[in-house]
Structure formats: structure tokens, C-alpha cells
Ligand binder design. Structure first.
Ligand SMILES: NC(=O)c1ccc[n+]([C@@H]2O[C@H](COP(=O)([O-])OP(=O)(O)OC[C@H]3O[C@@H](n4cnc5c(N)ncnc54)[C@H](O)[C@@H]3O)[C@@H](O)[C@H]2O)c1
Length: 383
């Protein structure tokens, strides 16, 4: 058996994303399944080491999940040739510093989005990787969500005819921390602009790669942001001023004429099928797409409603949709992208989701904020 042993420095794994999605559900899941079987006689094995600032937290996670190695001495592991990949899930404003350190050490770079909060900085970081000739990638997990894969299958099959419009509704109620026994379920830096927070920079990065890859290239953006809730309570129980946007109402015009509207909010309550639901309407059919499930209605099954508010609605609209069945065993989206990046590093396979692609997400977010500030449409140019 030919085995590629890939050492991975995992930085920022005491945080939400680093620990749950990247360590537990991706790297440890790959380790526990015995690596990635490339062919009957070739496989890739992962060898993670956890890095961060807090010795106690690292030790606790390492022990809880059976990870042998951890250290607070990042320089020493960067100098160690046993590790080919540096992964970063620390908060956004620390990304550049860590990525640059790892590039200097010649590591392949994989990191969370956004790579920066300004387009110039995101491009600079992508260029630093290119100039050094290191392999690099950015998390674009939504592309491998079960619901999105079902949607992609429908598009490939021509189910929609011509797609006309897409409406995405993302969000849920994030507790402010003021209410008894209800601490906030997101980190407080998300609500402070000075710490890299804000829902526009957070979510427009996702909408960029999702729309570009699934529906077509975005040519213009109009965006209105809001800070609906101006005071929240942090992890230590202290009140703080929310300086970042916590809701955003964005419209994207695509080169192919499709209109996409995406609302993103941490201040709404859910009465829909999932935390993120997209409605895709086409001439021959429509789909409702959630994180895992997807429902369709074809032209032939489309009811003909008549406006009459004087009687109860005679049509049960929900009954007119059919669920798309599972076609395969859908794995965790982050794990799927990790496996692609590991194959890129070990086997030189294609991996198009690099830091320059990631910079496009930052570009859309920055233009969204500009559109809001200047109250006008922004053209989305080539990077
Ligand atoms: N792909 C996605 O769907 C998704 C979702 C949420 C967040 N994110 C991104 O993931 C990143 C982390 O977000 P999170 O929600 O896990 O945040 P978090 O606050 O839960 O975790 C942040 C991590 O960064 C570390 N950190 C903070 N300051 C540091 C410093 N000075 N030096 C070293 N480490 C430091 C913390 O210890 C922690 O491990 C952000 O960039 C965020 O935009 C991505």
C-alpha cells in the first residue's frame, strides 16, 4: 500500500468552526475512516497537530477527541517538515498574519473565509501564496451541502427550463444575551466591525461562490445593510455596542439575466423549512432548497391560484411539492472539500477554490457595503 501521510497544522480549533466542522467532522472523521482510499493500493492519511494560544483549551480538546499532538509554539511546527498543510480557522482579522507566516515556511495553505475584510488585502494574500508557489484553498462549503447538490443535479438535468429568479432567505434569531438563561449562540466579535464582524462580510462571501458556481456570474449588486439591534451582551456577561451590520438585504444581477435576492439576518425567527432556504423559479419548474432537503414543482403540477381574501385559501400550497429523494450517501460538506484539498496536496489533483477565488467573496461583500453607504448599484468587475 502506498501511503501519503499528510501532516496538518490546525490553528484556531478551539473556536466554533475550527473544532466542530474542521477538526471533528472533517479531519478526525477522515482519520477514523482510515484515511482517503485513492485506489486499492494507495491512500492518504492525516496527521493533525492542534495549535493556538491557550494551553488548557488545546489540551482539553486533544484529550476529548483523541488527538495526540498539540502545541502553543506555532513557530516550531511551522519549521517542521512533517507538516505540509497549515489550516487556519482563527478570527478573520488574524488570517493574514498566520497565512503569511505559513507561506514563508513553505506550507500549503487552507483557511476559512473570509480571507480578509478588504478586497485589496484578500488579493494581496492570494498573490503572496501564488508568488511563493504554495498550494492554497479557501473554505467554500455551501457548494457541497446536500440540498445544493440536489439542486445542481436538477439544473444539470434541465429541470427548470430557463431559470428566472432565485430568492435566498438565511437567518435565525441570535439571542442578544440580555434575556435570562439565553446567552448568545454566536461569538460577540461577529457584532463588532472593529473585530472583523458583520453579516455582510460573513454571508456575501458565501453568496458569491454559491451564485457564481451554481447560477452564473454576478455582474451587479445592490445591498442595504442594517444594525437592527444596537446593544448585545458578550461571553463575559458585559454589555457592548454592536457596531457591525446584523442584517442585509441584497440583490444580485447576473450576466445571464437571472435575478437573485438574498436576505441574511441574525434578527429573524424561522417559519420556513430550514435556516437557509432558496427558492429557484424557472419556466418549467421550481425548487425549494434547504440545507439537506429539496422540493420541486413542475409546470404540469403548478396550481392556478385566484386572489380572493374573503375566503380561506382553498389550495394547500405545500401539498403541491414533491421531495427530491436522496441519490447517494451525502457526507459533511466541509469534509468533502477537505478531501479534495488533501488530494490536491498529495496527488496534484485540480482544486479551483483558491485564495483568489476567495477574494471574489470579499470583493462582493465590500461592494455590498459600498452600495449600502452610497445608496446605489455597484458593478462587480474582474479582479
Ligand atoms: N464556512 C462557514 O460557514 C463559516 C461559518 C462561521 C464562521 N466562519 C469563519 O470561521 C472563522 C472563525 O469563526 P468562528 O465562528 O469559529 O469564531 P470563534 O470566535 O468561535 O473562534 C475563533 C478562533 O480564533 C482564535 N483566535 C482568536 N483570536 C486569536 C489570536 N489573536 N490568535 C490566535 N487565535 C485567535 C480563538 O481562540 C478561536 O479558536 C471566521 O473567519 C469566520 O468568518 C466560517
Amino acid at each position: 500500500m502506498k501511503t501519503h501521510k499528510i501532516g496538518i497544522i490546525m490553528n484556531g480549533v478551539t473556536g466554533r468552526m475550527g473544532k466542530n466542522q474542521h477538526l471533528i467532522r472533517s479531519i478526525l472523521a477522515i482519520r477514523d475512516q482510515g484515511g482517503i482510499q485513492v485506489s486499492p493500493d494507495e491512500k492518504i492519511e492525516v496527521d493533525p497537530i492542534l495549535t493556538g494560544r491557550n494551553e488548557n483549551k488545546l489540551k482539553e480538546i486533544a484529550e476529548a477527541y483523541g488527538v495526540e499532538k498539540w502545541t502553543t509554539d506555532l513557530d516550531s511546527v511551522l519549521a517542521d517538515d512533517a507538516y505540509q498543510i497549515f489550516f487556519d480557522a482563527s478570527t478573520t482579522l488574524h488570517r493574514a498574519r498566520f497565512v503569511e507566516m505559513a507561506v514563508k515556511a513553505g506550507k500549503a495553505i487552507y483557511c476559512e473565509k473570509p480571507t480578509a475584510v478588504e478586497t485589496d488585502e484578500a488579493i494581496r494574500l492570494a498573490q503572496v501564496c501564488r508568488d511563493a508557489g504554495v498550494k492554497n484553498g479557501v473554505v467554500q462549503d455551501k457548494l457541497w451541502l446536500t440540498g445544493i447538490r440536489k439542486l445542481q443535479m436538477l439544473i444539470d438535468q434541465g429541470f427548470f427550463g430557463r431559470i428566472l429568479s432565485v430568492r435566498g432567505e438565511f437567518g435565525y434569531w441570535v439571542f442578544t444575551g440580555h434575556d435570562a438563561d439565553q446567552p448568545a449562540q454566536r461569538p460577540s466579535w461577529n457584532y463588532r466591525k472593529e473585530d472583523g464582524g458583520g453579516i455582510i462580510i460573513d454571508m456575501l462571501c458565501h453568496w458569491r461562490y454559491l451564485v457564481d458556481n451554481v447560477f452564473g456570474k454576478i455582474k451587479g449588486v445592490s445591498c442595504l445593510g442594517a444594525t437592527h439591534i444596537s446593544e448585545r451582551v458578550d461571553e463575559n456577561g458585559n454589555k457592548y455596542k454592536a457596531t457591525a451590520d446584523d442584517a442585509c438585504y441584497a440583490t444580485f444581477e447576473l450576466e445571464n439575466g437571472i435575478i437573485c435576492q438574498f436576505n441574511s439576518s441574525w434578527d429573524i425567527r424561522v417559519r420556513r423549512d430550514d435556516l437557509f432556504v432558496m427558492e429557484v423559479d424557472g419556466t418549467q419548474g421550481s425548487a425549494i432548497v434547504g440545507l439537506r432537503k429539496c422540493w420541486i414543482q413542475s409546470l404540469g403540477a403548478t396550481p392556478k391560484p385566484v386572489w380572493n381574501p374573503d375566503i380561506d385559501q382553498p389550495i394547500n400550497f405545500r401539498e403541491g411539492w414533491q421531495e427530491v429523494p436522496d441519490a447517494t450517501n451525502y457526507e459533511n460538506a466541509f469534509k468533502i472539500q477537505w478531501e479534495k484539498f488533501l488530494r490536491h496536496v498529495a496527488l496534484d489533483e485540480e482544486f479551483p477554490w483558491d485564495l483568489m477565488e476567495g477574494a471574489k467573496g470579499v470583493q462582493l461583500a465590500e461592494l455590498g457595503i459600498k452600495s449600502w453607504e452610497e445608496r446605489k448599484w455597484m458593478e462587480v468587475g474582474e479582479l
